[in-house]
Design a protein around this ligand. Sequence first.
Ligand SMILES: Nc1ncnc2c1ncn2[C@@H]1O[C@H](COP(=O)(O)OP(=O)(O)OP(=O)(O)O)[C@@H](O)[C@H]1O
Length: 209
Amino acid sequence: MSEGLALDRVRIRLGNTELLSLERSVRPGTVLTVMGPSGSGKSTLLSYIAGFLTQPFTAEGRVLLDGEDITDRAPEQRHVGLLFQDPMLFPHLSVGGNLLFGMPPGLSGRRARAADALARFGLEGFAGRDPATLSGGQASRVALLRLLLSEPRAALLDEPFSKLDRHLRADIRTFTFDRLREAQLPTVLVTHDPEDAEAAGGPVVELTF
Ligand SMILES: Nc1ncnc2c1ncn2[C@@H]1O[C@H](COP(=O)(O)OP(=O)(O)OP(=O)(O)O)[C@@H](O)[C@H]1O
């Protein structure tokens, strides 16, 4: 069984027009960067992998995770983690509540795990904090941590660093790629920034319009 994420002869149409066509695999612990002009289908590709694609889009091909065909699975059964421009922390939950929300329910010692993970991410004692009180970099780290604690099988990142200021961006980017590599997740990154692609260190696919 091949490991990682594979996009097998994927073709996505918008109405009668072909938007993109792709054949790629992403090994565990590596990042495939997707670039291309606005409207070329980058976010649509992530929606397809995550299982969110709806009309007017149609797709052919298969998505495989560790050799398993997940093409027809509902999004919540794919175990794919998502990160967006906005950290999208639940505002009505504490930082700890956000982390527990993503964790598998049967896991033992969930609170202790969340607290340990926060400390490792430089956020010791943050479990009780209101997400609204976090800085941009802290919120980004919590969002990444929530993704990792949900034990996904792959990660999809849609311009996750674009709202951060330049200085913070470099730090969070390095931190994020290091953690994703450590977790051995196959990752697809959508970005407009060549520096993101360089830091990701993997292959780059350029969609055309
Ligand atoms: N619900 C929809 N109905 C019709 N067309 C749509 C819909 N959603 C997106 N599109 C179109 O699909 C194409 C691909 O959109 P997508 O958001 O994937 O592009 P993108 O490469 O991520 O762009 P950007 O870099 O601007 O975020 C665009 O032409 C867009 O206008």
